[in-house]
Each structure stands twice: as C-alpha cells, then as structure tokens.
Ligand binder design. Structure first.
Ligand SMILES: Nc1ncnc2c1ncn2[C@@H]1O[C@H](COP(=O)(O)OP(=O)(O)OP(=O)(O)O)[C@@H](O)[C@H]1O
Length: 566
C-alpha cells in the first residue's frame, strides 16, 4: 500500500496542488462561522434581540457565498492535477504492452487507468473537503469556546486515527477477497466446462473437492471482510457520535460554568453539521474509492513491472550500432520491410536515412531503439541487442523522437526535463537556447507555466520534444522526421545543436538539407540499401539522385512528401 500512496503523493507535488489548496482557503470561512453564527443568533433570540440574531444568520449566508466561489475554482484546478497522473499511467501501460506485445492487456489496463484517475480525483476532493471542515471547525470552536473544543476534538481525532488504522487491514481483506473470488471462478469454470466428462468417469467427488476448497476460502475471506466492516462502524461511532454524547452529557456542567445555551448549540452544530458528516464522507470515500484506488493502481504497477523485472539486466558496452544481415517483416508471412541490411554506425557519427515513403525508415528507427526485434540477423547497440537491455539502461543509451511529439499536461519545465528529471534549471535553459526554443518558452509564460498540449501547434510540440531529447543523458539520438513541422531554418538550428551535442545522431530526413548536413547517408530502396556521402551517392545511386531531384526545390520552402517514381 505504501507504493500506491507514495505514487499518489508524488502526483500531488506540483503547482496545481498548491493552487487547489489556495482556492480551498475561502471555504474555511463559512465552516468556521456557522457554529459561531448559530450561537450568537440563539443567544440574541433568547434575549429578545431579533434583529442582531437575524444579522448573524445573514452573515452566515454571506460567508457561504464566498466559500462557494472558492469551491468553483477548486473543480477547475482538479483536472490539472489528475490528468498528468493518468498520462503517466497510460505511458506505463502502453510501455509494458509494447514490451510484451499483449494488446488485450492494454484494453484491460486502460480501463483500470480510468478507475484510478476517477478514484484519485474523488479522493482528492473528499480529503480536501475534510481538511477544510476540520480547519474551519477548529477555528470556529476555539473562537467560540475553547472548553467545548477540548471536549469535542480529542474523541473525534481518536475515532479518525482508529479508522485509518483499520483501513490498512481492510485493504488486505479486500485484496484477499478478490483473489479468493478469482480462484473460485477459475476452479468452478474448469469443473462446469468438464461436467459431462466428470459424470461419464464418475469423478464427482474429486470435482466437489476441486471447487469445495475455493468456496470455503471465499466464504472465509468474505467473513473477514464483514468483521473489518463492523470494526469500521465502531471507529465511526467513536469519532462521530462520542463527541456529541460527551457534549450532551456535560452540557449542564458547562452551562453552570457560564457557557451560554447558544454556545452549547453552536458546539453541537459544529459536531452535527461539520465533523460528523465530514468523517462519514471521508471514511466511506477512503473505504470505497480509497481501496479501489490502492488495489487497482497496485495491479497496474504490478502489470507494468514484471516485464521490466523479467527483462535480462544486461549492460550496454558503448553505443556503436551494428546491423548484420538485419531482416524485419511485420508478420511471419509478410514480405520483409528490411532485408539483409549490413551497416555500422560508429559512436559520434551523424547519419541521415532517406528513402521513399513506406520503405521502412521508421521501422529501422524502431529496431535501432529496441522497440522492434529483428526477424532475422542481428542489430547490436554496443554489444547487446537493444530489445534485451533493461528498460532503464535502454533509456539511458538512446532516445527516439518520432514525428508526432508527445507533450503532457504539466509545467513547461516538467515537460522539458522528462528524460532527465534531475536536470537543473540552468541545464534546461541551455538546452532551450541550443535548440532555439526560447521564443516558445516565453510565449508559454516561462518554465513554470502550465502546458496545455491541445493548444500547441505540431511544430511547438516538436520543439519541446527536441529540447527534451537534447537534455536526455542518452548518447544515441534518433530523430524520426522529428523536425518535419519546423521551418528549414529552425530545423537547421535544432539539427546542428544535436550534431554539436556529442554522441551519435541518426536523422530520418525529410528534406535534402537535412541529409546534406550528415556525414553519411543511408538510402533505403526496396530491399536494397546503399550508404555513402552525398557526392558518392550522386554518382552511384539512381534512387538518391531521384530523391535529390524531387527534394531540391523545397530546400528553402515547405515540407514535401517523398514519392519518387518507382
Ligand atoms: N505496425 C505495422 N504493421 C504492419 N505493417 C507496418 C507496420 N508499420 C509499418 N508497416 C509497413 O511497413 C512498411 C514500412 O513502414 P515505415 O513506417 O517503416 O516506412 P517509412 O519509410 O518510415 O515511411 P514514411 O516515411 O512514409 O513514414 C510500410 O509498408 C508500412 O505499411
């Protein structure tokens, strides 16, 4: 449970959470005021002063209006807080599925991601409202009569603490119940499926034994769950009802010590309208959404972790890329997209890859980056096939920026240092300057400003992804048409920044200017591949001359799709 709670706590460590807290402050006022208003109004009415009494009730309504204005803002901030959590979980789910190739797991886990997002949002709202009530009631009670606060607050906090302790137990019981449920379903399914064979072979007793044990285990798990539910009710009685009973019991004594009837009524109001419903709501939310959050998130984290753990933890030795007889087809009976490719890309080299649309350039990028595995032959990164590297080693060795850059809701800074979370603001600033993204960062409102991905143009998203890749520790950078939405000048600046960054740069080029900047160019042509310098290829490769002729008019103009005559 600690893992799931700290995951949620991490999601709360950002500026949106601070804004949410700030907008909650106005809501404390009406909570603090209503007990005082009831007390003063009652005392005034009892003393025959109707108008001051009405004025106190009027003040209560005004405070409630202020609180509701704050509440409206809170809902607005909630999305900014919850969506990054969802984005991160989707990334884990898809990443895990890419490694395992299990599509059905993606659908199932995506449903679970939605559950986690919704329960997390619900929990944030309920816990926030509980804190608001607690602060408000404490402030109100201390201003009204500290002696009443001393009577009411300790049993309330005791009940709350006991309830939290029981919740941990409840989580284990729910988990056990779910497991027992699944085991029962599996064994019952097996027996029902083979009922004719069981009858024919006269093995009813064995079948009974097969389902009997899971039925017993399931019943025991349900009984344990029921006991925990009873314990929760007891804890609620301590926190929610005991303060009320104590206050009523010592009411005459308090009145004898000068506490007014109105103050007593105000104290009861704080318990009945404030503490008791708040405790009830937070306990049912923690018991329901909280448990669903912990269990579902646990399943997602477990599902995305084994692939990671199971992956052989091989270390990479250097980052030279070697392709030997590299062949790849999308399916056992499909024509190979790449066939028998031989190429070595030395450390520190700048290679451009060109070829007609659909020839296999992105496929090659996927193979180099370990997202696809060769059908035949070998591709080594250092001396290890990239798909066999541990995820963290792979991420530290290569970075792939595709055409459609990924940007998530969160601050500009978080987006830029996504691949190197420990980078300093200075390092981020240097990367922004190197790539030429200063104007974009300024337009977005600086590094601390929030990014709304939907409001960025495709080129702006690419700039963010390029800065991110530039900052990453990976010595091998693969740009798969990652600058196609930038103008030629911006593309030049970004590519030159990568070339000067050190390490290897492989660019899937979509403009001749991009290819001309590389030291060597790989031309993919049907199943053939030729590699050389621009001058050499102009002499020896008909395909390259065609591409060059097709591209040349666009070197200073707009992006054009490469579709030479075959
Ligand atoms: N997931 C996939 N399943 C089956 N076939 C695929 C898949 N991805 C790509 N292909 C096919 O493999 C071939 C090579 O695709 P790839 O995307 O690698 O080419 P490309 O040269 O990068 O094209 P472009 O430059 O237009 O993006 C194409 O015929 C494509 O249709």
């Amino acid at each position: 449970m600690r893992r799931e709670l700290s995951y949620g706590a991490r999601a709360l460590r950002n500026r949106s959470a601070l804004k949410l807290v700030a907008w909650s402050v106005p809501e404390i006022l009406p909570t603090a005021v209503y007990g005082i208003a009831v007390a003063r109004a009652t005392d005034n009415f009892l003393a025959g002063r109707a108008w001051p009494g009405i004025a106190w009730l009027g003040g209560l309504i005004a405070a409630a209006c202020l609180g509701s204005a704050g509440a409206k803002q809170v809902y607005g901030r909630l999305g900014d807080l919850v969506e990054p959590l969802r984005d991160d979980l989707v990334r884990r789910v898809v990443g895990g599925a890419l490694r395992t190739g299990d599509d059905s797991a993606v659908a199932r886990l995506n449903r679970q991601v939605e559950i986690v997002r919704d329960t997390f949002a619900g929990l944030v709202l309920v816990i926030r409202s509980f804190a608001v009530t607690l602060f408000g009631v404490l402030t109100g009670l201390l201003s009204l009569a500290p002696v009443v606060a001393a009577v009411v607050v300790p049993p309330f906090l005791l009940g709350f603490a006991l309830s939290l302790a029981v919740l941990g137990l409840a989580a284990d019981r729910v988990r056990a119940s779910l497991t027992a449920d699944e085991e029962l379903a599996a064994s019952a399914g097996m027996v029902f499926g083979g009922v004719r064979d069981i009858t024919a072979s006269g093995t009813e007793e064995y079948a009974e034994q097969l389902v009997g044990e899971p039925i017993e285990a399931h019943a025991a798990a349900e009984r344990a769950l029921a006991r925990v539910a009873a314990l929760r009710t007891l804890c609620f009685a301590v926190g929610g009802w005991l303060p009320l009973l104590i206050l009523l019991a010592i009411g005459p004594w308090l009145v004898g010590r000068g506490v007014s009837t109105g103050t007593l009524l105000g104290g009861l109001t704080y318990v009945l309208i404030g503490l008791q419903p708040a405790l009830n709501t937070v306990l049912s939310a923690l018991g329901d959404s909280g448990l669903r959050y912990v269990i579902t998130l646990g399943r997602i984290l477990d599902a995305s972790a084994p692939a990671e753990r199971a992956r052989r933890l091989r270390d990479v030795n250097g980052y030279q890329v070697r392709m030997r007889g590299l062949t790849f087809a999308y399916g056992p009976n499909a024509e190979p997209v790449l066939d028998d490719l031989e190429l070595t890309v030395a450390e520190g080299e700048h290679l451009a890859v060109v070829g007609p649309s659909g020839i296999g350039k992105s496929t090659l990028a996927g193979l180099v980056c370990g997202m696809l595995e060769p059908t035949r032959g070998r591709l080594l990164l250092g001396d290890v096939p990239p798909a066999e590297l541990a995820a963290d080693r792979l991420a530290a060795t290569r970075v792939l920026i595709p055409q459609e850059a990924y940007v998530f809701s969160g601050s500009v800074l978080d987006n830029l240092r996504y691949l190197l979370p420990d980078s300093t603001v200075e390092q981020v600033g240097d990367a922004v300057a190197a790539i030429g993204a200063e104007a974009l960062v300024t337009r977005l409102g600086g590094l601390e400003a929030d990014v709304r991905p939907g409001e960025l143009s495709a080129g702006e998203r690419q700039l963010i992804a390029l800065v991110r890749a530039y900052l990453s520790p990976a010595p091998l950078v693969v740009l798969d048409e990652a600058t196609c939405f930038l103008d030629p000048e911006a593309e030049r600046r970004a590519e030159e920044a990568f070339a000067g960054r050190g390490g290897t740069l492989i660019v899937i080029a979509h403009r001749i200017s991009s290819a001309l900047r590389a030291r060597r160019i790989l031309v993919l042509d049907g199943n053939k591949a030729t590699v050389g310098t621009h001058a050499m290829l102009m002499r020896t490769s008909r395909r390259y001359r065609e591409l060059h002729g097709h591209w040349s008019p666009t070197t200073t103009g707009q992006r054009r799709q490469i579709q030479p005559a075959s």
